[in-house]
Design a protein around this ligand. Structure first.
Ligand code: C2O
Ligand code: CU
Ligand code: CU
Length: 534
C-alpha cells in the first residue's frame, strides 16, 4: 500500500464577482497516511480539483506594448570575432502594473539581451556573476565544446567571471541561454535569467523570411508566473497527482502569462507578414498555441533550424525548452490574439488538471496597422534547411526511459558518466515516457530528427531539426541524433527533462563525446572537483 506523504494542497477561493480567483490564497497542510486519509481528504481534494483549471481569457486588455529584448552589441568585433559581455545581477522590475518585483536578469533586471551571431563567427563571452548565488549560463541548442556548454560543471561563483569561447558552426536557428546550476535551475530561470540567441547563416538574407529584428522578426519568450499581492514572485509548487506517493511535483505552474517580461501585451504589426520566434521559457507549462478565430499560420523552423518547407498549422504544442518559428500573414487593421488552448498532456485524471491540461491563456494581441508594408511571399521551400540526418546501416540504439524524476531508473550524479559516445556518430535514441507526468527530453550539444512517434510518422511540429521533444504518454519517440566532433574525456554534456523541477530533482544524465575507439577506455567516474573550474 502506498504511503501518502505530507501534501501541501493549493486551495482556491471564489471571488465576489463570481469569477474564479486566479490566485491560490490558502494552503491546507494535510499530513496523512493512506489509512488516515478518510473523508476530509476526499472533500478537500474535490474543492482543490474543481478550482484548478485556470484561465485568463477575458481578463486582459492587451494594453502594454511588447518589450523587445535588446540586441546585444559586441564590445568589440573584428574579422569574424565577437566579444560580448553579460553581467548577471538582481534588480527590481515593473512586471505588473504599479508593482515592483525582485527579479534577476543579464545586463538588466529581467531576462537578457538577444545575441545574434552567424555561422562561422568566433564568439568570446565574459559572463560576470553578480548574483548572490553561484550559477552557470548554458547555451541551449548550441553545438560547442562541453567545457563551454555552461552546464552544471561550469559553475560561476558570485563575483567571478567565466569566459567561454567557441566558433559557431551550425545552421540558422533560434537558440536560448539560461542558468543550469544543478538543483537550482528552476529557481534561477524563474527569477528571470533567460535570453535568446539568433543564429544566422549564409542563407538567412535570401531565405525569403522576414528578418528585421523587432519589426517583422519578433521574439516571443512565453513564461508563466505566480505573483503575491505585493508583486513578489510566488515560488509555491504544484504537488498533486494521481501518483501522490511518487515524484509528482511539477514545480511552479503560473496563472499569469508574461511575454518578453511584458504583462498584458500587444504587438503593433506593420508588415504583411511577421515571423515570430517562440520560446517556451516556462519552468513546467506546456502550451497549445493557436488563434480563437481559427486562422492558420506557417511553421517554418523548430529548435535547431528551418524545416524543408513551411507547414500550415492551426495548433502548435510547445513544451518547456522548445522553440518554433512561425510566420503569420496580416490584413490591414487585422487583430489576432495568440491563445494557448488546453494542451494534450497525455496525462490521465486527475494529473491532467494539476499539470495545466485544462488551462487556457491568452498570450498576446497582434494588431495590424491600417496600412502594411508589403512582405515577400512565403517561400515554398527553404534552401537553407539542414538536410535530414542520415541513419547508418546498423546504428547504435540507446534507450531512455522517463519515469517520475528518473531516467532509466537513475538519478543524476555529477560524478557518473552515463553514456560515452564516439565523436561524429549518428545514433538512434529511443525516448520512452513511462508515466503520465509531463516530461520534455532535451539533449545538449546535438541535433536530432524525430523518426517515429509510437511507430508512426511524427506530427508536423516534430518534423524539423530539434533538441527538445515532448513524448506522448506511454509512448516511444525514436530519433536520429548526430553528435559533433568536439571531444572531451573529462567534461560531460547533459541530457535531461526540461521540466525544471524534474531536472533539479535529478532527472538528468551525463554523456561524454570521445574520439572513436576510446569509448571503453575513458573513466566513467568524474571527480567534480577537477571539472568544476574547467
Ligand atoms: Cu535548456 Cu540543459 O537546458
Ligand atoms: Cu541545453
Ligand atoms: Cu520530467
Amino acid at each position: 500500500m502506498p504511503r501518502f506523504r505530507a501534501a501541501r494542497i493549493p486551495f482556491t477561493r471564489t471571488r465576489p464577482t463570481g469569477k474564479r480567483s486566479l490566485r491560490r490564497r490558502t494552503f491546507l497542510t494535510l499530513g496523512c497516511t493512506a489509512m488516515a486519509a478518510g473523508a476530509s481528504w476526499g472533500t478537500n481534494w474535490l474543492v482543490v480539483y474543481t478550482g484548478r483549471d485556470r484561465s485568463n481569457v477575458g481578463t486582459l486588455g492587451f494594453r502594454t506594448s511588447l518589450r523587445i529584448p535588446e540586441l546585444l552589441a559586441p564590445r568589440a568585433s573584428a574579422g569574424g570575432r565577437r566579444w560580448y559581455e553579460l553581467t548577471l545581477a538582481a534588480g527590481q522590475t515593473g512586471l505588473l502594473p504599479g508593482k515592483k518585483t525582485e527579479t534577476w536578469g543579464a545586463n538588466g533586471s529581467y531576462l537578457a539581451p538577444t545575441l545574434r551571431v552567424r555561422d562561422g563567427d568566433a564568439v568570446d563571452i565574459a559572463v560576470r556573476n553578480d548574483l548572490p548565488q553561484p550559477t552557470t549560463l548554458h547555451w541551449h541548442g548550441m553545438h560547442l565544446p562541453a567545457s563551454m556548454d555552461g552546464g552544471p560543471h561550469q559553475m560561476i561563483p558570485p563575483g567571478e567571471t567565466w569566459r567561454p569561447r567557441w566558433t559557431v558552426h551550425q545552421p540558422a536557428a533560434t537558440l536560448w541561454y539560461h542558468p543550469h546550476p544543478h538543483g537550482s535551475t528552476g529557481a534561477h530561470v524563474y527569477r528571470g535569467v533567460a535570453g535568446l540567441i539568433i543564429v544566422d547563416d549564409e542563407h538567412t538574407a535570401g531565405s525569403g523570411l522576414p528578418h528585421e529584428y523587432g519589426v517583422d522578426d519578433v521574439p516571443l519568450i512565453i513564461q508563466d508566473k505566480n505573483f503575491h499581492d505585493d508583486g513578489s514572485l510566488d515560488f509555491t509548487e504544484t504537488t498533486f497527482s494521481e501518483d501522490i506517493a511518487a515524484a509528482d511535483n511539477l514545480g511552479v505552474l503560473g496563472d499569469t502569462i508574461l511575454v518578453n517580461g511584458t504583462y498584458d501585451p500587444q504587438f503593433a504589426v506593420t508588415t504583411e507578414r511577421v515571423r515570430f520566434r517562440l520560446l517556451n521559457g516556462s519552468n513546467a507549462r506546456v502550451y497549445e498555441l493557436g488563434f480563437p478565430d481559427g486562422r492558420s499560420f506557417h511553421l517554418v523552423a523548430t529548435e535547431n533550424g528551418l524545416l524543408p518547407r513551411p507547414q500550415e498549422l492551426k495548433r502548435l504544442p510547445l513544451a518547456p525548452g522548445e522553440r518554433a518559428e512561425i510566420v503569420l500573414a496580416f490584413k490591414p487593421g487585422d487583430e489576432a490574439v495568440l491563445r494557448s488552448f488546453r494542451p494534450d498532456l497525455g496525462a490521465g485524471f486527475p494529473t491532467r488538471r494539476f499539470s495545466g491540461g485544462d488551462d487556457t491563456f491568452d498570450i498576446i494581441a497582434l494588431r495590424a496597422a491600417r496600412t502594411l508594408k508589403p512582405s515577400p511571399p512565403l517561400p515554398t521551400r527553404f534552401t537553407g534547411a539542414p538536410p535530414a540526418i542520415k541513419v547508418p546501416d546498423s546504428p547504435r540504439i540507446r534507450t531512455f526511459e522517463l519515469i517520475g524524476t528518473r531516467i532509466n531508473g537513475r538519478s543524476m550524479d555529477m560524478n557518473r558518466v552515463d553514456e560515452v559516445i564516439p565523436a561524429g556518430a549518428t545514433e538512434i535514441w529511443e525516448i520512452k515516457r513511462g508515466d503520465g507526468l509531463v516530461h520534455a527530453f532535451h539533449v545538449h550539444g546535438a541535433t536530432f530528427n524525430v523518426l517515429e512517434v509510437n511507430g508512426e510518422q511524427p506530427p508536423p511540429q516534430m518534423r524539423g531539426p530539434k533538441d527538445t521533444v515532448f513524448p506522448p504518454r506511454d509512448g516511444t519517440i525514436r530519433v536520429a541524433i548526430r553528435f559533433d566532433t568536439l571531444t572531451d574525456e573529462r567534461v560531460p554534456y547533459m541530457y535531461h527533462c526540461h521540466v525544471l523541477r524534474h531536472e533539479d530533482d535529478g532527472m538528468m544524465g551525463q554523456f561524454l563525446v570521445v574520439e572513436p575507439g576510446r569509448e571503453e577506455q575513458v573513466p566513467r567516474n568524474l571527480r567534480t572537483d577537477e571539472s568544476v573550474h574547467h
